[in-house]
Design a protein around this ligand. Structure first.
Ligand code: GLN
Length: 239
């Protein structure tokens, strides 16, 4: 039986803008194709072996909530997450969850939050927030979403952007990059949730997880009528 085990990390703390809808979307798109899927929530303070999971989701959170996680990450969970990335597990990390995968986040008030360094990137906050619907071009075609962040993220060597900004700000509003891609780890500033209106991105992440586990991914095409309408309407509104 084909099955993916999804781990939703920190659903109690990193849960802005209905980001958990991404987990529902991944689950549904697997089940519609007859692929089983389990979802395990791992909140703050709970420790379990992460090696058994195929796919991880980490949502967004405000600076305050990100600070609350530091002790939990230091307790060994940060290293477990980084090990899962190195091991090729698939990840989708959104905004605050994206920043957490990097080396550190220096907030706009000057507080330095040491993060897990699973990806070679860092984030520096600024007073002016980068807010609004935005779009970027990715290997899965155009992706539409909503961004709201103070942090400006800069990618190190070996980490590719997830895409190139078409409208909006993306990683830092300066270099035209948006998000990050490293091994099977996909990171984006797009809240929303991002996956229901970007089915090609969702399937790309599912395919990465399936290929790692089974050596191949068979994802039969779905109708995606509403999904495409939602996607097109955001793209159109951006001009
Ligand atoms: N606290 C981070 C920032 O403002 C992330 C915010 C978010 O997840 N929306 O940059």
């Amino acid at each position: 039986m084909t099955e993916l085990k999804i781990c939703h990390l920190y659903p109690d703390v990193l849960n802005l803008y209905g980001d958990r809808g991404n987990v529902l979307c991944m689950k549904k798109r697997l089940e519609w194709r007859g692929i089983s899927c389990s979802v395990t929530e791992v909140p703050i303070g709970e420790r379990e072996s992460l090696a058994k999971f195929d796919l991880f989701f980490i949502g967004g959170g405000q600076d305050f909530e990100q600070g609350l996680l530091l002790d939990d990450l230091r307790s060994g969970k940060g290293e477990d997450i980084a090990a899962a990335v190195r091991d090729g597990a698939a990840f989708l990390c959104v905004c605050g969850g994206y920043q957490l995968m990097g080396r550190y986040y220096e907030t706009h008030t000057g507080e330095k939050l040491p993060f897990i360094g699973a990806l070679d990137l860092y984030t520096v906050g600024a007073d002016e927030r980068l807010i609004g619907n935005f779009a970027f071009e990715s290997e899965f075609g155009p992706v539409v979403g909503f961004e709201n962040h103070s942090g400006r993220t800069y990618l190190g060597e070996g980490v590719k952007p997830l895409g190139r900004v078409i409208h909006g700000s993306g990683n830092n509003g300066e270099d035209g990059t948006e998000g990050a891609r490293y091994l099977n780890c996909f990171c984006t500033y797009s809240h929303g949730p991002v996956l229901p209106k970007n089915p090609a991105l969702c399937d790309g992440i599912l395919a990465a997880a399936l290929t790692r586990k089974y050596g191949r991914a068979e994802l039969v095409p779905l109708g995606d009528l509403s999904e495409r309408e939602a996607h097109e309407s955001v793209l159109k509104s951006l001009g």
